[in-house]
Design a binder for this molecule. Sequence first.
Ligand SMILES: *[C@@H]1O[C@H](CO)[C@@H](O)[C@H](O)[C@H]1NC(C)=O
Ligand SMILES: *[C@@H]1O[C@H](CO)[C@@H](O)[C@H](O)[C@H]1NC(C)=O
Ligand SMILES: *[C@@H]1O[C@H](CO)[C@@H](O)[C@H](O)[C@H]1NC(C)=O
Ligand SMILES: *[C@@H]1O[C@H](CO)[C@@H](O)[C@H](O)[C@H]1NC(C)=O
Ligand SMILES: *[C@@H]1O[C@H](CO)[C@@H](O)[C@H](O)[C@H]1NC(C)=O
Ligand SMILES: *[C@@H]1O[C@H](CO)[C@@H](O)[C@H](O)[C@H]1NC(C)=O
Ligand SMILES: *[C@@H]1O[C@H](CO)[C@@H](O)[C@H](O)[C@H]1NC(C)=O
Length: 755
Amino acid sequence: MLVQPANHAMVSSLSCFLLIFMLLFTNYIHACIQTQRISLLSFAFTLSSPSLNWTSSSCCYWEGITCNRDGWVTHLQLPSKGLKLKVGIFPSSSLANLTHLTHLNLSHNSLSCSLDQTEFFLSLNYLEILDLSYNLLFGVLPSSLPSGHIRMVDLSSNHLHGAVSSSFFQEAWNLTSFSVSDNTFSGPMPSSICHPSSSSLRHLDFSFNNFNGSISSGLGKCSKLQVFRAGYNYLSGSLPEDIFNSTILEEISLPRNSLYGAVSDRISNLTNLTTLDLSYNQLSGMLPLHLGKLSKLKHILLDFNSLEGSLPLSLMNCTNLVELRMGTNNLGGNISRLNFSKLSQLSKLDLRKNNFFGILPRSIYSCKFLKAIRVSFNNLEVQIQPEILSLKSLSFLSLGWNKGLTNVTRAMKILMGCKRLLMLSLASSFLGEEMPNDVEMADFNGFQNLRLLDLSSCNLSGIIPSWLSKLKKLQGLVLNHNRITGSIPSWLGTLPRLQTLMLDFNQLSGEFPNELCTLPMLVSGQTAAQVGHPNFDLPIYYSPRADAKPLQYNYIFYPFIYLGHNCLSGNIPIEIGQLLLLQLLDLSANNFSGNIPDQISNLKYMESLDLSMNHLSGRIPASFTGLNFLSSFNVSNNNLQGPIPSSTQLQSFNASAFEGNLKLCGAPLPNKCQTTTGADAPDMSTSDADTREHQIPWFYVSIALGFITGFWGVCGPLVLMRKWRYAYYHFLDHVQDRFHVMIAKCMASMRRKFV
Ligand SMILES: *[C@@H]1O[C@H](CO)[C@@H](O)[C@H](O)[C@H]1NC(C)=O
Ligand SMILES: *[C@@H]1O[C@H](CO)[C@@H](O)[C@H](O)[C@H]1NC(C)=O
Ligand SMILES: *[C@@H]1O[C@H](CO)[C@@H](O)[C@H](O)[C@H]1NC(C)=O
Ligand SMILES: *[C@@H]1O[C@H](CO)[C@@H](O)[C@H](O)[C@H]1NC(C)=O
Ligand SMILES: *[C@@H]1O[C@H](CO)[C@@H](O)[C@H](O)[C@H]1NC(C)=O
Ligand SMILES: *[C@@H]1O[C@H](CO)[C@@H](O)[C@H](O)[C@H]1NC(C)=O
Ligand SMILES: *[C@@H]1O[C@H](CO)[C@@H](O)[C@H](O)[C@H]1NC(C)=O
């Protein structure tokens, strides 16, 4: 039948009918099935906060919910909603009824419960995406993954533990991405993750766990694997040979394990590789000769291994190289053989602590994007050439502990043109020269961004020149182990960002300048917080002892003042009590006299105080019992007298910290104090009535705090081991106070040697 154009009413009623039908139909698509609604509501009921706005009639319109056309819930996606559970069990029975669920994303919440609810896992037969990362899940994994359709599993950053067994992957034919990073899984890594016939796995992340044993050889079956990460575990053994069959691999990241053996030459099969991170292992042997065949390589991180031999020349063919880090190995050879001119993308070069010799080739200046160069601790002949100014992005330069670097004035004058420089370390260079003086540096303007200047161990003579006072952003000035004379200039106290001052082992004389007691960064926590820490392009290492493994610090700025082993004299100014944030004060081996100022006990964060080998007299202030963070203390070899104040802290130090003071008595020294006058508590006579009143409570408080500090000192590292490792190595900038204190304590007790 043809519709007559005149038959208007019929057409319009037809379209009206269609419209109503469509509306009904659409409504029908999204009408949610009653059992699904009930399941979702009972899931919502297990949450304590915040309440979900799940009130409207059709559950398919609720936030985070998607249904299919039959009204089954397929997506439950509530990431970053601050979800918490009322009780510590996974709402498995409610979720188990959502049998058509394909996407479950509850990442970045605070779900604290055990995952070991097989009921839930087994019933979600259509699940494709499972993202429960960044929650507080604990317990062990269920026996297998929920569905054969699963494609993506992210359980990273939880508190899961136990093994990850091969059976877990049994049915996971279509798995493309699997991450369990940052948990406490242990045991060996699963050996058969991939099905030889139909593996689709591309992304595998086991990093930041406690996996041990060797890396299983099953990975070769993962023919589609692109990213393999298992760093920060306890893996040992050598790299499995069959990994070199996965030619599609783009990233191998296995840092901070105990892998040993040589890197096989077969690695040159992995022509798609862009990132190779095997740093902090025990790899040995020569580098693969044909490493340079990996023309897509961008990041090579092999630092802290025992690799030997020279750098393969082929490496200079890796034109995409951005980062080349080979520090702390036994590599060697004549560096002038290397031609850097093809490495036009190179941004970071770290060859620290190897046995390279020869002249640093000029071709390095053709790497226009270079931000960081560190070749310290080699046998290189380095000279600073004006060409260095062509490296416009240079912000990190560490050339010290080599040989041949001369003419410090010339070097400084050239380098002041490097406008972006944040960190300059030329330690143990320019031996025996004179500090560039103000006349020579009359035209000085530069280093306006410099945060750290290290000219330590250079045996430089002369005074601390006033051109340094123009470095307004300087946070660390490291001039220890020189022959610097004259007094400590008062302008040092006005440097707005100065935080770490190392002037020990010089020939400085005069008094401790009062101005130094107004250093803004040590006086005000607000200033310190505002300034923060600069982001260096390479981590800074710090050697506790010559034979110890260096620790890594992303920054090194701590409120530390080192003035030990000089010829300073006079009193320690009472104004020192203004440096409220100071954590380390070393005035040892000088000629300071007079009393130890009571005001030092204002410095509540003080962790290390060395006043030994001076001519200090009087008593150790009783208020020192309030220095609860003190972990290193030395007043030996002075003229101190009277009893050592009683506190758990002071008595815990070795007697050698108090020796060489003839009239000092009481524990930990062997000589007892005369008890007849002991009751007078003469050391308290200086405190007024007010402080005396507080003496007893403070005493108990300090015992309690001492206990807490002691307890955490021992157990903290154990309890927080994993998180600590994590924070410690990677996110030091975000470390909380606790870590900060722990690390600072470590540092305080160390000898200092940079980069
Ligand atoms: C809850 O959802 C309804 C409709 O979906 C909306 O009108 C209302 O503003 C929402 N309330 C809150 C507190 O978000
Ligand atoms: C889960 O949601 C978050 C936040 O929207 C998103 O970043 C993440 O990629 C999602 N997970 C998956 C596996 O899609
Ligand atoms: C796996 O993926 C393929 C292609 O996407 C698909 O055809 C197949 O049905 C999937 N298998 C399972 C069990 O989901
Ligand atoms: C490298 O990756 C590309 C794109 O993923 C792929 O097509 C190619 O086959 C890979 N090369 C090798 C040798 O596997
Ligand atoms: C570097 O590449 C060039 C050109 O592709 C080639 O001729 C040369 O042999 C390569 N050098 C090394 C050491 O592999
Ligand atoms: C250092 O270099 C300057 C040129 O910048 C030169 O005038 C001076 O003589 C050099 N000093 C020494 C000791 O070589
Ligand atoms: C204290 O300093 C002296 C040098 O005056 C040193 O011999 C002693 O070992 C130091 N003691 C402690 C506990 O640091």
